[in-house]
Design a protein around this ligand. Structure first.
Ligand code: ADP
Ligand code: MG
Length: 389
């Protein structure tokens, strides 16, 4: 392993792939990580707080300038994208997965950054669609490569916003900026407290290994069909609740405000708003505890977060609940669903010696219930996007 957390052999592999595709050596290799959200779900679009962790699964981008103004991105996993002229990029005509990569190039240009043409070969070990943000890893690695090759000094937050803009406007996925922010700002051994209104970032120490603990992601490998509709409905309910409460976003209300407006909100909007308000408080409480070096509150705060997502926000599902229960029963000190819900992954904090037991228990619980076999991965808190070579 090299200092930045990527395997040396992965760098060599992407350099070799670049050589085979382009016929020359790359000028450099860049890396951007995926992430897992420790706490703070459905708070981003309510202008609240999130506490994600950049992880040691990442996208590598090997790149070299071209002098014809053409951007040519190839993926070891997803094949060649279509060559696109940078001076005439139409964001609505970028096909397939190139939308994430070339879309970020387009968004950087919209920020006034002049890019040169480039050959880029990406290779990622972030599983695609598992809720670990392979998309932000792709956007941030390619965006950083293109910007640095062009000699531009990009602010990490500006680059994160370019990646988000690609995903929202080019790919058409209504995402917040958390994934890109943590991919850019992550730090080894740390979680990132992000204020989704100001985009202020605070690094929060996550000294798990010192306490014999391991960060674990349990991918249920299910995504329920109503995931995107459910997300849109939750977002709309939060916007309506904010409007009824007379504020710009649910960030601006207290639990007393919400409970005092029960008649105006009605039961469902009250529960949606209560989740957001209590979740923001949990994120801030956990960030403070971790900053003091206290790990003990993890269990209670993640449990309360999961219960709130299940009962008040109603975005959990039987597979997620079963994985949380199995992880806790097998010795995890904390576990909750992570990501938007309706499937996806669970994040757990597990004594290192119990990880195999947690894996076995999650798999047997899933088998007994007739669910897909989950994939259980130990991950480390890793650094944000950087040039490796
Ligand atoms: P997540 O970010 O949770 O993994 P998304 O649906 O947001 O899931 O992003 C997954 C998409 O990102 C893939 O369908 C693909 O279009 C793109 N992607 C991810 N990894 C790669 C890769 N290595 N090469 C090309 N495209 C990729
Ligand atoms: Mg994504």
């Amino acid at each position: 392993m090299d200092a930045a957390g990527g395997g040396v052999s992965r760098v060599d592999t992407v350099v070799d792939a670049f050589h085979a595709a382009v016929g020359e050596a790359p000028e450099g290799v860049w890396q951007a990580p995926g992430r897992v959200n420790l706490l703070g779900e459905h708070t981003d679009y309510n202008e609240g707080f999130v506490l994600p962790v950049a992880i040691d699964l990442s996208c590598l981008a090997a790149a070299r300038r071209r002098d014809d103004g053409v951007l040519h991105v190839r993926s070891v996993q997803h094949g060649a994208g279509q060559p696109l002229p940078l001076d005439d990029l139409d964001p609505h005509r970028i096909p397939g997965w190139s939308g994430y990569a070339a879309g970020t190039a387009w968004a950087l240009q919209q920020q006034g950054i002049e890019l040169s043409g480039a050959d880029v070969v990406v290779s990622s070990d972030v599983p695609s669609g598992a809720g670990l943000s392979s998309s932000a890893a792709l956007e941030c690695s390619v965006g950083l490569a293109l910007a640095e090759l062009a000699g531009a000094r990009v602010d990490p937050t500006a680059l994160a916003l370019a990646g988000q803009r690609a995903e929202v406007e080019v790919v058409g996925a209504p995402v917040g900026v958390m994934d890109q922010m943590v991919s850019m700002h992550g730090r080894a051994g740390s979680a990132i407290l992000l204020d989704c209104r100001s985009l202020e970032v605070r690094r929060v120490p996550l000294h798990l290994a010192e306490a014999g603990l391991q960060l674990v992601v349990i991918d249920t490998r299910v995504t329920h069909a109503h995931a995107s509709g459910g997300y849109a409905a939750r977002r709309a309910a939060c916007e309506q609740a904010a409007e009824l409460l007379g504020v710009r976003a649910l960030r601006d209300v207290t639990l007393e405000d919400v409970e005092g407006a029960a008649d105006v909100l009605g039961d469902e909007r009250l529960r949606r708003a209560r989740h957001v308000v209590t979740e923001n408080a949990r994120v801030l409480a956990l960030a403070d505890a971790l900053t003091r070096g206290e790990l003990a509150p993890l269990g209670g705060l993640l449990a309360a977060g999961h219960a709130s997502l299940r009962e008040d926000f109603e975005v959990s599902c039987p597979e997620l609940d079963a994985a949380v229960d199995a992880a806790l029963a097998a010795g995890a000190v904390a576990a909750r669903m992570t990501g938007g819900g309706f499937g996806g992954s669970v994040v757990a904090i597990v004594p290192a010696a119990q990880v195999d037991r947690v894996r076995a228990r999650c798999r047997s619980a899933a088998a007994a219930a007739g669910f897909s076999q989950p994939v259980v991965r130990g991950v480390q808190a890793a650094p944000g996007a950087a040039r490796l070579r």
